[in-house]
Ligand binder design. Structure first.
Ligand SMILES: C[S@@+](CC[C@H](N)C(=O)[O-])C[C@H]1O[C@@H](n2cnc3c(N)ncnc32)[C@H](O)[C@@H]1O
Length: 222
């Protein structure tokens, strides 16, 4: 069944402008580089970028570690076309795939790490929970999810700044982010250990990086 989703910049005709927008208005490269560096500090052979969008994060990973097998998954065929063309120009072998927003097209325990940036504030609470269950299923035992997204801001100005994405992307979709509920959702989804790595003040609110690890005795592949 095809599910509805919020495209990268809220409406489909703005998708080609997502990369210039992120470069101009967000500390995109700093956040994605930090997230990738944090993930790559552990022993990884296979990595998935969930909600990969135009593929910027997957490309950062592949460029710093060409030996790693990198995949990207997204619901939007239009954004995946941009990702594929960027990867082809850089001759980066990344497997970008589309899906219907339900079960991930991967076997249990097939990834050592899953990265995800700016996706969870696009998902309704039940979609967040379903995505976390799938992420947990396709991570190997001892593997981690590295997530960057809007979080409860530490001051009123940043909280006000998050009102624009909240209005555009939907107050229901952004509610858990605004209330700082992402860490408890990660715990509820069965991740054993959740750590916050960094906080970034942006024009649109505060962004946090989280690592959520599956205990070595949980998850799929040993
Ligand atoms: C703001 S963009 C971020 C893209 C990319 N991760 C980045 O940081 O540049 C949000 C992305 O989430 C994708 N998305 C929305 N709902 C999704 C779902 N249920 N599963 C996977 N991707 C989804 C959108 O298609 C879009 O590419």
């Amino acid at each position: 069944m095809e599910r509805s989703f919020v495209p990268a910049l809220r409406v489909p005709f703005l998708t080609p402008f997502f990369d210039p927008f992120m470069r101009a208005f967000m500390p995109e490269h700093r956040i994605k580089r930090d997230l990738a560096e944090w993930a790559l500090a552990s022993d990884i052979k296979k990595l998935l970028d969930f909600g990969c969008g135009t593929g910027t994060l997957a490309l950062i990973v592949k460029q710093s570690r060409p030996d790693i097998e990198v995949s990207g998954l997204d619901v939007d065929p239009a954004v995946l076309e941009i990702a594929k063309s960027k990867a082809a120009k850089r001759a980066a072998g990344i497997d970008f795939q589309g899906y219907d927003g339900g079960g991930f097209p991967y076997a249990d325990g097939s990834y050592d790490a899953i990265l995800s940036s700016f996706v969870f504030h696009h998902l309704l609470d039940d979609e967040k929970i379903a995505a976390l269950r799938e992420i947990r299923r396709v991570l190997r035992r001892g593997g981690s999810l590295y997530l960057a997204d809007f979080d409860r801001s530490s001051n009123i100005l940043l909280r006000l700044a998050f009102e624009l994405p909240r209005t555009l992307d939907g107050r229901d979709r952004t509610r858990a982010n605004a209330l700082g509920l992402i860490p408890s959702m990660l715990h509820d989804a069965g991740f054993g250990e959740v750590r916050r790595h960094g906080r970034y003040a942006t024009l649109f609110g505060e962004v946090s990086l989280f690592e959520a690890r599956i205990h070595a005795e949980g998850g799929g592949r040993p």
